[in-house]
Design a protein around this ligand. Structure first.
Ligand SMILES: *Cc1c(COP(=O)(O)O)cnc(C)c1O
Length: 399
């Protein structure tokens, strides 16, 4: 189906059908092309393809039919001109930043971020002469205050991992546009089913597709979306020559995940609100803190509802100490102790000792990753069973 048609479809149709290219066999489900190379009928065809004068595949580091189907489907769902799949979420973030930043440039990044994203900003970029500043991304004025004449990129997550800080997309994207700065949004916590940052003016949206897009804990995958020109002129020269490509099998798995993404993301969001409402009084009574964008107690609850279709499966809460947090985790029977998110199973982890263990204690404190903080990814189980499990585990932890 041509692009002009798939882009006019409504989201549910796009998720199931956009980017499907059937082979001569007319297969129902997308074909899995496990091939690294391609053969050609004659030498002129090869020459034309290498010169970019003829359509067609030449080598799977440059194009692969299964990967291309996934890329087209994500681009359509995101409302982006184009998308390129990556081997993992971190491959996507690395490519999105390194493809456009050079020595002497400045990048402003959100303080609250996935641990490896902070590592890129704090360690990798400075090694190549790229200046970086980290700011409180929920403080609207902090963005403008940090701009320098050489600021080229804004890099942030919303909601952020694991503190659930919410960034005002319209405000930050408008500010970037006014200063000629490129916004790179890590949209892993929402997925295009719940939030499409380009509707607010974001330039580049990067994904860990490992999370909600696969959603069933099977493969690592990533994606970078942008305008057709930005992907072709800025991302592709980097990607084609450095090779962070997604394997066709993993692309196929993610494509199957996209078919059910919207249903999963919305149901998991509903379950997360129900569980948050159950936990909040008990956590507050014990002197703890809730961080849930779907609850009115979140400082940016209204903003989250304005820019997201639903607030997502992930939230966090603070139980005061590491001992209590570990006691709660160890008493769980149904919920798994696991650091993945976006999965259809309910998973919990202690960020300070896992996803954010690589940061300094000082950085963790500044970001709000406290010793008593627990993160939960709410899955598709019956909420009653989850409530009973948490009820028992909290009692065991003295909460
Ligand atoms: C998981 C995650 C990543 C990294 O993705 P991988 O697929 O694990 O490499 C990046 N950003 C955020 C917000 C994440 O949650």
């Amino acid at each position: 189906m041509d692009r002009a048609t798939t882009r006019k479809w409504r989201p549910a149709t796009q998720a199931v059908r956009a980017g499907t290219w059937r082979s001569e066999h007319g297969e129902t489900s997308e074909a899995l092309f496990l091939t690294s190379g391609y053969t050609y009928d004659d030498a002129q065809t090869v020459a034309d393809r290498f010169a970019g004068e003829a359509e067609g595949m030449t080598y799977s580091r440059l194009q692969n039919p299964t990967v291309a189907m996934l890329e087209e489907r994500i681009a359509v769902m995101e409302g982006a001109g184009a998308c390129r799949a990556q081997a993992s979420g971190m491959a996507a973030m690395t490519a999105a930043l390194l493809c456009q930043l050079s020595a002497g440039d400045h990048c402003i990044a959100a303080r609250a971020a996935f641990g490896s994203c902070r590592w890129l900003v704090d360690n990798l970029l400075p090694r190549f002469g790229i200046e970086t500043s980290v700011i409180d991304s929920a403080d609207d004025a902090a963005w403008e205050a940090a701009i320098r004449p050489n600021t080229k990129v804004f890099f942030f997550e919303t909601p952020a991992n694991p503190t659930l800080d919410v960034v005002d997309l319209q405000h930050v994207c408008d500010l970037a546009r006014a200063h000629g700065i490129t916004t790179v949004v890590d949209n892993a916590f929402a997925s295009p089913a719940l939030q499409r940052p380009m509707e607010f003016g974001a330039d580049v949206v990067a994904y860990s597709a490992t999370k909600l897009m696969d959603g069933q804990g099977r493969v690592l995958a990533g994606a970078v979306c942008g305008s057709e020109d930005w992907i072709n002129d800025t991302l592709l020269p980097f990607q084609r020559n450095t090779g962070p490509n997604l394997a066709p099998f993993n692309a196929w798995v993610v494509m199957k995940g996209l078919e059910t993404l919207s249903m999963r993301a919305h149901q998991q969001s509903r379950n997360a609100v129900a569980l948050g409402e159950f936990l909040e009084p008990r956590i507050l009574k014990a002197g703890g803190e809730m961080r849930h964008p779907g609850l009115p107690s979140h400082p940016r609850h209204e903003l989250a509802l304005r820019q997201m279709d639903a607030t997502g499966p992930i939230f966090a809460f603070d139980v005061g100490t590491r001992e209590r947090a570990f006691a709660l985790l160890d008493a769980l029977e149904l919920i798994d102790l696991s650091n993945n998110i976006g999965d259809s199973r309910t998973l919990m982890c202690h960020p300070a000792s896992t996803t954010h263990a690589g940061l300094t204690e000082e950085d963790r404190a500044e970001m709000g990753v406290s010793e008593g903080l627990l993160r939960i990814n709410v899955g598709l189980e019956d909420v009653e069973d989850l409530r009973e499990d948490l009820d028992r585990a909290m009692a065991a932890a003295g909460i």
